[in-house]
Design a protein around this ligand. Structure first.
Ligand SMILES: *[C@@H]1O[C@H](CO)[C@@H](O)[C@H](O)[C@H]1NC(C)=O
Ligand SMILES: *[C@@H]1O[C@H](CO)[C@@H](O)[C@H](O)[C@H]1NC(C)=O
Ligand SMILES: *[C@@H]1O[C@H](CO)[C@@H](O)[C@H](O)[C@H]1NC(C)=O
Length: 158
Protein backbone atom coordinates (compact mmCIF):
# COMPACT_ATOMS: atom_id res chain seq x y z
CA UNK A 1 0.00 0.00 0.00
CA UNK A 2 2.72 2.43 1.00
CA UNK A 3 4.70 1.83 -2.17
CA UNK A 4 1.77 2.48 -4.46
CA UNK A 5 0.59 5.65 -2.73
CA UNK A 6 3.76 7.59 -3.45
CA UNK A 7 3.55 7.47 -7.27
CA UNK A 8 -0.14 8.31 -7.07
CA UNK A 9 0.64 11.34 -4.94
CA UNK A 10 3.42 12.44 -7.29
CA UNK A 11 1.16 12.11 -10.26
CA UNK A 12 -1.53 14.17 -8.58
CA UNK A 13 1.00 16.79 -7.48
CA UNK A 14 2.34 16.99 -11.02
CA UNK A 15 -1.18 17.29 -12.38
CA UNK A 16 -1.97 20.14 -9.97
CA UNK A 17 1.28 21.95 -10.71
CA UNK A 18 0.72 21.63 -14.44
CA UNK A 19 -2.83 22.90 -14.12
CA UNK A 20 -1.78 25.90 -12.04
CA UNK A 21 1.16 26.78 -14.26
CA UNK A 22 -0.82 26.50 -17.47
CA UNK A 23 -3.66 28.71 -16.22
CA UNK A 24 -3.51 32.49 -16.17
CA UNK A 25 -3.05 33.64 -12.59
CA UNK A 26 -5.99 36.04 -12.75
CA UNK A 27 -8.29 33.06 -13.22
CA UNK A 28 -7.07 30.58 -10.67
CA UNK A 29 -5.34 32.47 -7.90
CA UNK A 30 -8.42 32.25 -5.68
CA UNK A 31 -10.90 29.40 -6.04
CA UNK A 32 -14.08 29.66 -4.05
CA UNK A 33 -17.47 28.12 -4.46
CA UNK A 34 -19.14 29.91 -7.37
CA UNK A 35 -22.53 29.70 -5.64
CA UNK A 36 -25.77 29.45 -7.56
CA UNK A 37 -26.33 31.56 -10.64
CA UNK A 38 -28.43 34.54 -9.58
CA UNK A 39 -31.76 34.90 -11.37
CA UNK A 40 -31.78 37.42 -14.18
CA UNK A 41 -33.59 40.39 -12.71
CA UNK A 42 -34.52 42.06 -15.98
CA UNK A 43 -35.96 41.06 -19.27
CA UNK A 44 -33.25 40.67 -21.89
CA UNK A 45 -33.96 43.95 -23.61
CA UNK A 46 -34.56 46.91 -21.36
CA UNK A 47 -34.43 50.05 -23.44
CA UNK A 48 -36.51 51.89 -20.89
CA UNK A 49 -33.69 51.77 -18.34
CA UNK A 50 -32.93 55.41 -19.14
CA UNK A 51 -30.12 57.63 -17.87
CA UNK A 52 -28.68 56.92 -14.41
CA UNK A 53 -29.42 58.80 -11.18
CA UNK A 54 -27.23 61.89 -10.88
CA UNK A 55 -24.78 60.57 -8.30
CA UNK A 56 -24.01 57.43 -10.32
CA UNK A 57 -20.38 56.84 -11.25
CA UNK A 58 -20.18 56.59 -15.03
CA UNK A 59 -17.65 54.44 -16.91
CA UNK A 60 -16.76 55.11 -20.52
CA UNK A 61 -14.86 52.43 -22.37
CA UNK A 62 -14.85 50.11 -25.33
CA UNK A 63 -17.56 47.55 -25.86
CA UNK A 64 -16.67 44.34 -27.70
CA UNK A 65 -18.38 40.95 -27.94
CA UNK A 66 -17.44 37.31 -27.47
CA UNK A 67 -18.95 33.84 -27.10
CA UNK A 68 -19.64 33.62 -23.37
CA UNK A 69 -19.88 30.07 -22.03
CA UNK A 70 -18.25 28.93 -18.77
CA UNK A 71 -17.18 32.28 -17.32
CA UNK A 72 -14.75 33.17 -14.55
CA UNK A 73 -17.68 33.42 -12.12
CA UNK A 74 -18.02 29.64 -12.44
CA UNK A 75 -21.43 29.61 -14.11
CA UNK A 76 -22.34 28.11 -17.46
CA UNK A 77 -23.85 30.78 -19.66
CA UNK A 78 -25.13 30.93 -23.19
CA UNK A 79 -23.90 34.17 -24.68
CA UNK A 80 -26.02 33.68 -27.76
CA UNK A 81 -29.18 33.77 -25.65
CA UNK A 82 -28.32 35.69 -22.48
CA UNK A 83 -27.62 39.32 -21.74
CA UNK A 84 -24.31 38.88 -19.90
CA UNK A 85 -20.97 40.67 -19.71
CA UNK A 86 -17.32 40.26 -18.73
CA UNK A 87 -15.70 43.14 -16.86
CA UNK A 88 -12.02 43.99 -17.03
CA UNK A 89 -9.63 41.92 -14.96
CA UNK A 90 -8.20 45.26 -13.84
CA UNK A 91 -11.50 46.05 -12.17
CA UNK A 92 -12.39 42.57 -10.91
CA UNK A 93 -8.98 41.62 -9.57
CA UNK A 94 -7.59 38.12 -9.12
CA UNK A 95 -10.56 36.31 -7.63
CA UNK A 96 -12.71 34.29 -10.02
CA UNK A 97 -15.40 32.16 -8.37
CA UNK A 98 -17.22 34.19 -5.74
CA UNK A 99 -15.84 37.48 -7.08
CA UNK A 100 -17.96 40.27 -5.55
CA UNK A 101 -18.73 41.63 -9.05
CA UNK A 102 -20.26 38.32 -10.14
CA UNK A 103 -24.03 38.54 -10.42
CA UNK A 104 -24.19 42.35 -10.38
CA UNK A 105 -25.90 44.01 -13.30
CA UNK A 106 -24.80 47.04 -15.25
CA UNK A 107 -26.63 49.35 -17.62
CA UNK A 108 -24.90 50.01 -20.92
CA UNK A 109 -25.94 53.13 -22.82
CA UNK A 110 -25.10 53.27 -26.51
CA UNK A 111 -26.63 55.64 -29.08
CA UNK A 112 -29.90 55.98 -27.19
CA UNK A 113 -30.24 52.25 -26.45
CA UNK A 114 -29.93 50.60 -23.07
CA UNK A 115 -29.21 47.03 -22.01
CA UNK A 116 -28.75 45.56 -18.55
CA UNK A 117 -26.41 42.57 -18.71
CA UNK A 118 -25.29 40.54 -15.70
CA UNK A 119 -21.59 40.16 -14.83
CA UNK A 120 -20.63 36.49 -15.30
CA UNK A 121 -17.05 36.61 -16.55
CA UNK A 122 -13.73 38.43 -16.46
CA UNK A 123 -12.23 40.02 -19.57
CA UNK A 124 -8.54 39.17 -19.84
CA UNK A 125 -8.02 41.46 -22.84
CA UNK A 126 -9.62 44.52 -21.26
CA UNK A 127 -6.50 46.52 -20.41
CA UNK A 128 -8.60 49.58 -19.65
CA UNK A 129 -10.66 48.91 -16.49
CA UNK A 130 -13.66 50.58 -18.16
CA UNK A 131 -13.64 48.29 -21.20
CA UNK A 132 -16.30 45.57 -21.19
CA UNK A 133 -16.81 42.45 -23.26
CA UNK A 134 -20.48 41.75 -23.99
CA UNK A 135 -22.21 38.53 -24.95
CA UNK A 136 -23.27 38.22 -28.57
CA UNK A 137 -26.87 38.64 -27.43
CA UNK A 138 -26.13 41.81 -25.47
CA UNK A 139 -23.93 43.46 -28.11
CA UNK A 140 -26.37 42.75 -30.91
CA UNK A 141 -29.08 44.64 -29.04
CA UNK A 142 -26.91 47.75 -29.25
CA UNK A 143 -25.22 47.44 -32.61
CA UNK A 144 -24.49 45.16 -35.52
CA UNK A 145 -21.87 42.56 -34.55
CA UNK A 146 -19.78 43.83 -37.47
CA UNK A 147 -19.19 47.08 -35.58
CA UNK A 148 -16.87 45.00 -33.40
CA UNK A 149 -15.68 47.71 -31.06
CA UNK A 150 -17.01 51.12 -30.09
CA UNK A 151 -17.20 53.51 -27.13
CA UNK A 152 -20.12 53.25 -24.73
CA UNK A 153 -21.05 54.51 -21.29
CA UNK A 154 -22.04 52.14 -18.49
CA UNK A 155 -22.73 52.06 -14.78
CA UNK A 156 -23.56 49.61 -12.01
CA UNK A 157 -27.20 49.04 -11.12
CA UNK A 158 -26.41 47.35 -7.82
C1 LIG B 1 -35.71 48.31 -16.71
O1 LIG B 1 -34.73 48.96 -15.92
C2 LIG B 1 -35.27 49.78 -14.91
C3 LIG B 1 -34.11 50.56 -14.28
O2 LIG B 1 -33.09 49.73 -13.85
C4 LIG B 1 -36.02 48.90 -13.94
O3 LIG B 1 -36.56 49.68 -12.90
C5 LIG B 1 -37.14 48.19 -14.67
O4 LIG B 1 -37.80 47.31 -13.81
C6 LIG B 1 -36.61 47.42 -15.87
N1 LIG B 1 -37.73 46.94 -16.69
C7 LIG B 1 -37.91 45.66 -16.99
C8 LIG B 1 -39.06 45.34 -17.86
O5 LIG B 1 -37.16 44.77 -16.59
C1 LIG C 1 -19.73 29.06 -28.22
O1 LIG C 1 -19.10 28.37 -27.16
C2 LIG C 1 -19.71 27.12 -26.88
C3 LIG C 1 -19.04 26.54 -25.66
O2 LIG C 1 -17.64 26.47 -25.81
C4 LIG C 1 -19.61 26.21 -28.11
O3 LIG C 1 -20.25 25.00 -27.83
C5 LIG C 1 -20.27 26.90 -29.28
O4 LIG C 1 -20.09 26.12 -30.43
C6 LIG C 1 -19.69 28.28 -29.50
N1 LIG C 1 -20.45 28.94 -30.54
C7 LIG C 1 -19.87 29.57 -31.54
C8 LIG C 1 -20.80 30.12 -32.57
O5 LIG C 1 -18.66 29.72 -31.63
C1 LIG D 1 -2.92 39.10 -8.17
O1 LIG D 1 -2.03 38.09 -8.61
C2 LIG D 1 -0.77 38.58 -8.99
C3 LIG D 1 0.03 37.42 -9.57
O2 LIG D 1 -0.10 36.27 -8.77
C4 LIG D 1 -0.09 39.20 -7.77
O3 LIG D 1 1.16 39.72 -8.12
C5 LIG D 1 -0.98 40.32 -7.23
O4 LIG D 1 -0.42 40.84 -6.04
C6 LIG D 1 -2.37 39.84 -6.95
N1 LIG D 1 -3.21 40.96 -6.62
C7 LIG D 1 -4.04 40.96 -5.61
C8 LIG D 1 -4.84 42.20 -5.43
O5 LIG D 1 -4.17 40.02 -4.85
Amino acid sequence: MKTSSFPTFSFLALLCTTTVLSSPSYRDSVRRDPGPHPPFPFKTLNRTAGPPPEDTELHTGDITWFNVSLGACGWMNDGYAQDVVALSYKLMGNQSWGNPYCGRTITVSYKGKYIQPMVVDKCADCEDPDNIDLSVQAFSELADLGVGRDKATWWFNN
